[in-house]
Design a protein around this ligand. Structure first.
Ligand SMILES: *[C@@H]1O[C@H](CO)[C@@H](O)[C@H](O)[C@H]1NC(C)=O
Ligand SMILES: *[C@@H]1O[C@H](CO)[C@@H](O)[C@H](O)[C@H]1NC(C)=O
Ligand SMILES: *[C@@H]1O[C@H](CO)[C@@H](O)[C@H](O)[C@H]1NC(C)=O
Length: 315
């Protein structure tokens, strides 16, 4: 059973906790009224982990304190204490969580949002040093071991560990990029992970609200309709359904729209139970959506690991 084969991962994206605007860097670019543009959740990393979220869209940049920090575009992410959120803190929070939940797995999907090339190299070097440290502590899956960069690990290989996915070359992770199809209601099929797998992705973040809902539903229906669940073919597929939208398209904030989509999903009971739904990526991920996703997962019976999440969450 591979980790990517499970339908149990609820995603959360972009940034962590409360956020604020770094007045030094961005004074002239943004103002307070644009906060709704960038904030995509209101729980800290720890709270998200405790709510069942196991995937994080982590965007890194170089901070003047010479440490890698987390951003969403030009906005700095903050931790639960309102301080700059550094990558090292994300790793520590994940590692602490795994120490007390050692059958769980956390995926960090990394990219860089930093324009300066010299500083990009600094980000990559420091992140890879951090990764090394956690590999030594046995809290991190080692992609540099054997052929690990080109294959999807089994769940047993990554229990109690962080798995790094990389959206750009350079990071010591499994390279998994996301196709640029931001305004197409149809999901896209690409070859991925060194062409060893098929990626089915819906990431039309530029669509209007009703078209976006159509795009989301199309991919859900594909998964609902697949009758041969667990076939050899599906083992070689990674399915990612992004619910995320871009604020500027709507009058509503990301928060309003993401709650609307989540309600559509849960109240509309869109996920047929016992199917392989792939990864569902949502903004403002919380316990309700995580619970719903887990419970409709084909592997909810506990055979392959999702039961672990349910057990400690005590749903
Ligand atoms: C996050 O937002 C939701 C929806 O507005 C709200 O119910 C919840 O209390 C908020 N949580 C925190 C920690 O701010
Ligand atoms: C690179 O990062 C440093 C902070 O460490 C900053 O002072 C410098 O302006 C950055 N360079 C560019 C071109 O952004
Ligand atoms: C897939 O499911 C949807 C809704 O559940 C249905 O409308 C559609 O006809 C199905 N498609 C196929 C090819 O079975």
């Amino acid at each position: 059973m591979s980790i990517f084969f499970l339908a149990l991962l609820s995603f959360n994206s972009f940034k962590n906790g409360a956020f604020n605007i770094n007045p030094e860097n961005h004074q002239n670019i943004i103002d307070g009224s644009r906060t709704a543009y960038a904030q995509t959740q209101n729980l800290s990393i720890k709270e998200q982990l405790n709510s069942g979220i196991r995937y994080f869209d982590i965007r890194t940049a170089w901070h003047s304190s010479k440490k890698v920090h987390i951003v969403h575009n030009i906005i700095d992410c903050m931790d639960e204490d309102g301080k700059t959120l550094f990558f090292s803190k994300v790793l520590k929070d994940c590692s602490d969580f795994l120490s007390s939940h050692n059958s769980e797995t956390i995926i960090l999907h990394l990219t860089i949002q930093e324009n300066n090339e010299a500083n990009q190299s600094l980000v990559i070097d420091q992140v890879n040093n951090n990764i090394d440290e956690y590999i030594k502590n046995k809290k991190m899956y080692n992609v540099n071991d054997g052929n690990n960069k080109n294959r999807i690990p089994t769940l047993n290989e990554v229990r109690g560990k962080i798995v790094i996915l990389s959206r750009r070359y350079g990071f010591d992770g499994i390279y998994l990029t996301i196709p640029e199809e931001s305004d197409d209601v149809n999901y896209v099929e690409t070859e991925c992970i060194n062409k060893n797998y098929k990626c089915i992705t819906q990431d039309a973040y530029k669509l209007g609200e009703s078209s976006k809902l159509k795009a989301i539903t199309k991919l859900i229906n594909r998964q609902n309709n697949l009758s041969e669940q667990g076939s050899e073919n599906l083992k070689m597929e990674i399915v990612i359904n992004f619910f995320n939208i871009e604020y500027s398209i709507f009058g509503d904030s990301i928060k309003t729209v993401s709650y609307h989509f989540k309600n559509e999903l849960i109240d509309g009971n869109k996920l047929t139970p016992n199917k392989q739904h792939g990864w569902i990526v949502v903004d403002y991920a919380d316990k309700d959506i995580a619970s719903y996703i887990y419970k409709t997962n084909k592997f909810y019976d506990g055979r392959c690991g999702s039961k672990n999440v349910i057990d400690f969450l005590n749903y």
